[in-house]
Ligand binder design. Structure first.
Ligand code: ADP
Ligand code: ZN
Length: 596
């Protein structure tokens, strides 16, 4: 990624130069040529020939390199000339000379080209050369040939300075990878024993779960260099460059072995090979080169290739064969203990007030990645600095969590009374409906202060991490999501666009229930959701229709149930919405006090 801005700069320089040249050329064309052409005394070429033959023309003036001629008609007043364009100057000159031989007294004057025309011609003839030279420079730069500092275009971070103790949680993953560290440290030991050590290890996991971090830590632990590149760098490349880049990366790796090669976003080059057309085939070349390199290691070359992806199902199966990325490790989002450990790691260099308990924060952040947790602590430190606090307080941390999850609070946005009322009923609807659904989490906070793109929000407590979600829980989630829309409709007798995101999420959940989790009795336990665009559909139109009607049933029933709950608790809806309009934000205790 580091060399991206340079590449862009080069692109822009070339683009701007070409634009400037074109502007000059166009400017000259407009300044010189059209002046004559706009002349109303334009004489058609056929008429001109006729008049020459009729000996009506006194003089013809031509300029070298121009097809425009000046014509003086016999007997016309002094200075009254006409213009004409001749298709071929050579043929025209021959024609006039023929006429002269036949006794025509026509005068032919040939003038040298004007300075402006000369410049114009020179520039015009140079343009192709300039373009070709520019293109060559561009290609050279992209291949890294013009740039002695870097042999290849990837990121070079030979000494990462990261070790396993910088990687919090992920204990099992670290335990699995410790043998790789051992191997990098003393490969002979393993070779003597005849042990085969993995060439390639694939790390599966969401962005921010620490895949890059753990790859760097392996290099750091073993004290070997770390070189890396990202699959996304190849997306806009010229044909053949991807493959040559991969070759250079591995050339370098072999030279400095033992070392770690890290390929981020490998799905960008390693997607399934499907066709041989256009961009696909470029991808194929890059992927093929990668496969060749993976197969081509000598036994004395201690290079371990780690690759990361978030979309394992997209990968070409050839990548996963023995001797290539035959070992796969899933890096999951951290559990409660993992989150606490990550928070502690990133809290080390920060000052906290006494009311802060990182365990509580870990409890509130189920599903967060390591990167998001690190981000929360950083945001909290920024908030504390702005508020001139001595140390980071619990409130700063809570604000940071909200900033990262719902977006930044927007006090400046002017909200009309009507919008406020709508938001109040909408959010009160979510909160009240969830209150009466046994599987749904308790409400933590309800607010009608705009944050990010949301006009308001209802926050729920997160309880312990769960690995499975039941059908009942998913159905009730749909009810809770549609509670906002139901409240708007019943209390205000109108519905708004504010529920669009709820509806989107609900539709997605209902579709997954039917097509992925096999939770529809009509369709049964079959996976019908294509994993990617390439996968063949195994079902016909009648199943398509059944999916549609099952999804619709789930949503319809959930919406009905949401309305029933609202109708049964109208007094609470008015009370909570009323309080929201008054205070804009209400806590869990305050919300629960309505139900005593
Ligand atoms: P990925 O490669 O999976 O997208 P990264 O390794 O780039 O994620 O993680 C981004 C940042 O998140 C790291 O630099 C680190 O600050 C933080 N982070 C992620 N996971 C952990 C972890 N297990 N322990 C400590 N920090 C972590
Ligand atoms: Zn909503």
């Amino acid at each position: 990624m580091k060399d991206k801005p340079n590449k862009n700069k080069l692109y822009y320089t070339i683009l701007i130069s070409v634009a400037v040249i074109l502007t000059i050329v166009v400017g000259i064309v407009f300044l010189s040529k059209p002046k004559e052409e706009k002349d109303e005394k334009e004489l058609a070429y056929t008429d001109l020939i006729q008049m020459v033959a009729n000996r009506e023309i006194e003089k013809i003036e031509m300029t070298v390199g121009s097809t425009s001629v000046k014509v003086t008609v016999k007997g016309s007043e002094e200075g009254k000339e006409k213009n004409s364009i001749v298709p071929s100057t050579q043929a025209f000159i021959e024609l006039i000379q023929d006429e002269k031989l036949n006794g025509n007294d026509i005068e032919l004057v040939q003038k040298p080209a004007s300075v402006v025309t000369k410049i114009f011609d020179t520039i015009f003839s140079l343009i192709p050369t300039i373009m070709i030279v520019a293109l060559f420079i561009l290609v050279f730069k992209m291949q890294g040939l013009g740039d002695k500092g870097k042999i290849y275009g990837g990121d070079e971070n030979l000494d990462t300075g990261v070790t396993f103790k910088d990687v919090a949680g992920l204990d099992e993953e670290k335990a699995e990878l410790i043998e790789v560290v051992d191997f990098l440290k003393s490969p002979e030991k393993f070779q003597k024993m005849g042990a085969k050590i993995p060439r390639g290890i694939l790390l599966y996991g969401k962005p921010g779960t620490g895949k890059t971090l753990i790859a760097k830590a392996i290099a750091g632990e073993a004290g070997v260099p770390f070189i890396s590149m990202s699959g996304s760098e190849f997306i806009e490349m010229f044909a053949g460059l991807g493959a040559s880049r991969v070759r250079k990366l591995f050339e370098k790796a072999k030279k400095i072995s033992p070392c770690i090669v890290f390929i981020d976003e490998i799905d960008a080059i390693g997607s399934r090979r499907t066709s041989n057309s256009g961009g696909e085939s470029e991808n194929n070349q890059t992927l093929n080169q990668l496969l060749v390199e993976m197969d081509g290691f000598e036994s004395n070359e201690t290079v371990i290739v780690l690759a990361a992806t978030n979309r394992p199902e997209m990968l070409d199966k050839a990548l996963l064969r023995p001797g290539r990325f035959d070992r796969q490790i899933t890096i999951a989002t951290p559990d409660l203990n993992g989150r606490e450990a990550i928070l502690e790691t990133h809290a080390k260099d920060k000052k906290f007030a006494n009311d802060v308990n990182l365990k509580d924060i870990a409890g509130d952040t189920a599903g967060f990645t390591g990167a998001e947790l690190a981000n929360i602590l950083n945001e909290a430190a920024i908030i504390a600095t702005i508020k001139k606090h001595e140390a980071i307080t619990k409130e700063d941390l809570d604000d940071a969590v909200k900033k990262v999850t719902v977006g930044i609070e927007k006090h400046s946005r002017v909200v009309s009374e009507k919008d406020k009322k709508l938001t109040a009923y909408h959010e009160a609807g979510h909160a009240i409906v969830s209150k009466f659904l046994p599987t749904q989490q308790d409400v933590k906070e309800v607010s009608i202060i705009p944050r990010g793109v949301a006009g308001g929000y209802t926050m729920y407590k997160t309880n312990e991490d769960k690995y499975y979600i039941s059908r009942t829980e998913m159905k009730e989630k749909l009810v809770a999501l549609l509670g906002g829309r139901a409240a708007e409709k019943i209390a205000l007798n109108d519905i708004s666009t504010g529920a669009s995101n709820d509806i989107e999420v609900a539709t997605e959940i209902a579709t997954d229930m039917v097509t992925y989790y096999g939770m529809s009795d009509v369709i049964g336990p079959i996976t019908l959701k294509p994993k990617d665009a390439y996968e063949q559909r195994i079902y016909g139109e009648n199943i398509d229709a059944a999916i549609g009607s099952e999804v619709k049933n789930l949503i319809d029933n959930a919406y009905k149930e949401a309305q029933e709950i609202i109708l049964a608790h109208m007094d609470k809806l008015h009370a909570v919405a009323g309080r929201l309009l008054e205070k804009e934000i209400i806590s869990a205790e305050e919300f629960n006090s309505f139900f005593k």
